[in-house]
Design a protein. Structure first.
Length: 206
């Protein structure tokens, strides 16, 4: 059984990353506790963790406010993401190209994205989207880059959810981009240029 504080943390974090609780939203310990069936104490503990992660700002006697992601911060995340992943793709090419394990992982992520679109499940698509790009970075063999890329995960999730809320039609476009990226990676083509175009779609969420 999941501890109450961990349950409250996971639930609240999902609300923030998915955009269900957008920046500026005031969250109440009592209300959230009632929603998930726990007391205020574990919710308070969850709020403290999320505040330490920069996702909440604590408001004494009021609760906590979801910290908005500024356009500048979002752009910084996208710039870092592009630099890390483009370099990873170059390293994969220099090492002899894709192997069966990477191709299998990327094809599995694509299949999951297709299923998510069919089910109308944006959250599932976002998870598979993250999985696809992280697999490329991991395959480069640069453990430091992979760890740093992982640190951007939460911010990337917020950006993706924002994009797909504003432009739900881009789900299919994103899937097509991912297929093109896989094809480029296998062929040793210009992955970086395709990635730049793909990431540019996120500009609509800024």
């Amino acid at each position: 059984m999941i501890p109450a504080a961990e349950h409250a943390y996971a639930h609240t974090k999902r609300l923030i990353l998915s955009g269900e609780a957008p920046g500026g939203t005031l969250l109440s310990e009592a209300q959230l506790g009632a929603e998930i069936g726990v007391s205020r104490t574990p919710v308070h503990e969850a709020f403290l963790r999320l505040a330490a992660e920069g996702l909440l700002a604590l408001e004494p006697r009021r609760g906590a406010v979801v910290v908005p992601m500024s356009p500048r911060e979002a752009q910084n995340v996208l710039d870092l993401r592009e630099a890390i992943e483009a370099t990873a793709a170059a390293r994969i090419h220099e090492a002899g190209g894709t192997d069966d394990a990477l191709v299998s992982a990327l094809e599995e992520a694509l299949a999951e994205q297709r299923a998510a679109i069919g089910a109308g499940d944006v959250e599932r698509f976002v998870e598979a989207d993250q999985w696809f790009h992280a697999a490329v970075v991991d395959a480069s063999g640069n453990e430091l880059a992979a760890r740093f890329y992982g640190m951007l995960r939460d911010r990337q999730q917020r950006i993706r959810h924002q994009l797909f809320r504003v432009r739900p039609d881009t789900l299919a476009d994103s899937l097509a981009d991912h297929q093109a990226l896989l094809d480029a990676l296998r062929a040793g083509a210009d992955y970086a240029a395709l990635l730049r175009t793909h990431i540019a779609r996120n500009q609509g969420a800024l």
